[in-house]
Design a protein around this ligand. Structure first.
Ligand SMILES: [Mg+2]
Length: 275
């Protein structure tokens, strides 16, 4: 049965109107925000992931509990480290003027615990508030490999920008979380949260730095063309930018949420015959 999708955060008009207009980096709120009531005219009706709780549990289980996810994350940081060292060396050994731009959630911080918490809550909870509370008081884990990578970037003199669509109202809490986990350069100038789109924040950084590496778990962490694009277009763009993956774009695995969540599966159309 269709359910009503609440696609808006109070006070955050950018998320309002419809699921299709949901801010790209908050599209995963869809998994949390199905409600049976209208919200300031910003609701729509469609079938959602709450119709498939087992699928969602499996995705979060993989993200939180599998050893493979940790191995993949280490692999990402190992590759990022190689690229970082090589680029700084090619620049003469100094990171001056160079920048690494990284997303935070599911790239540096593992938030699977709040995903597991939210999915167990009854429909109708204000789950954006749960997320906001997590931003303020949650205890996310560091993704393996992150500490060493950012420490190395800092040692090499590379500037780090943490570009995330966490809520700006929780900026102090986010800086505190990053600092508590030992991440360098985690201060007001280097932590740039939701306000202008990520692409604009990257352009602002490029006025003073050459971005040598981008790290993220969603494709709009790398290029604005991915933001809000239909899945087919995202696949086309991924082909178009193929040479950048593993080069200066390092993509982290995130099975818990993404803009693919409502895609139809494509099963094998097996020939029917008796066996
Ligand atoms: Mg992320």
């Amino acid at each position: 049965m269709p359910v009503t999708l609440w696609a808006a955060g109070a006070g955050f008009g950018v998320y309002r109107n419809s699921a299709l207009n949901l801010h790209p980096d908050k599209a995963w709120f869809r998994a949390w925000t199905y409600q049976d009531t209208d919200f300031q005219g910003g609701s729509m009706t469609e079938t959602g992931i709450l119709d498939h709780p087992h699928e969602h549990a499996m995705a979060i289980r993989y993200q939180q509990r599998s050893a493979e996810i940790k191995a993949l994350q280490r692999q990402c940081y190992a590759l990022a480290t190689l690229r970082l060292r090589a680029t700084v060396e090619a620049a003469g050994g100094s990171g001056a003027g160079l920048a690494v731009v990284s997303d935070i959630d599911e790239t540096i911080l593992d938030n699977a615990a709040v995903m597991a918490h939210a999915m167990s809550r009854p429909t109708g909870q204000d789950k954006i508030d749960i997320w906001k509370l997590w931003e303020r008081e949650g205890q996310p884990h560091l993704i393996p490999g992150a500490a060493d990578f950012f420490e190395l970037a800092d040692e090499l003199g590379v500037t780090i920008f943490y570009v995330s669509d966490r809520f700006d109202e929780n900026k102090i809490a986010t800086i505190a979380t990053l600092s508590r986990l030992g991440l360098p350069q985690a201060d007001a100038d280097h932590v740039r949260l939701l306000g202008p789109p990520k692409a604009e924040r990257r352009i602002a950084i490029e006025k003073s730095h050459r971005i040598i590496l981008l790290l993220g778990d969603t494709l709009h962490d790398f290029d604005d063309a991915f933001a809000g694009s239909p899945l087919e277009e995202q696949h086309r763009l991924t082909e178009e930018h193929a040479r950048r993956f593993g080069e200066d774009w390092i993509v982290f695995p995130n099975a818990g949420h993404g803009t693919w969540m409502e895609a139809e599966l494509l099963p094998w159309d097996a020939p029917i015959r008796s066996l």
